[in-house]
Design a protein. Structure first.
Length: 173
């Protein structure tokens, strides 16, 4: 790498780190508290929940009065209601947990892109005569014959200049 390229990479690294730091500060200062599902149910029984938004994986809501840490919004992961009732009877603190789909999502985008890139590279090389290595060998052979032909005709011209003629050129090789 040249010094100029390293300079630009440093700027990119600083920019990415700066964005990550801003995201962290933003996330820490959010008024949303992640609570256990059992704590959510307790808040619900105590009448402290003002409103909720339910999705297939999360429950988000607003409290009538803030929690001890000052946050008045919450989010929790949904738990199967039958299981939640059994856990509640047993006095167990419970919460939902989401499976990480980052790796599968990443692979579902990266692998097709790599396949298309490999196919594109293969086709471009094929069109350029490179193929899988066989085309380049043919080109080299043709170039070698071409050079031999140039040498042959150059030698023939030199012999003609010296007065030997064409017959001598074929036998002298």
């Amino acid at each position: 790498m040249t010094k100029q390229t390293q300079f630009h990479i440093g700027y990119w690294l600083a920019a990415v780190l700066g964005i990550l730091m801003l995201q962290y500060v933003y996330a820490v200062n959010q008024p949303i508290e992640a609570v256990h599902y059992s704590q959510f149910q307790q808040l619900l029984r105590d009448g402290k929940v003002e409103k909720v938004a339910v999705s297939n994986r999360f429950i988000q809501g607003t409290l009538k009065e803030p929690l001890p840490n000052g946050k008045n919004q919450f989010v929790t992961t949904r738990v199967d209601p039958d299981l939640a009732a059994d856990l509640q009877k047993a006095g167990v603190t419970y919460s939902g947990q989401l499976e990480s789909t980052f790796f599968t999502d990443l692979l579902s985008w990266v692998i097709p892109a790599l396949v298309f890139f490999a196919l594109w590279t293969f086709l471009v090389r094929r069109m350029a005569g490179g193929g899988l290595g066989g085309g380049a060998d043919v080109d080299r052979q043709e170039q070698g014959q071409g050079l031999r032909g140039v040498r042959h005709w150059g030698a023939l011209r030199r012999r003609r200049r010296r007065g030997r003629g064409e017959g001598a050129a074929a036998g002298d090789r």
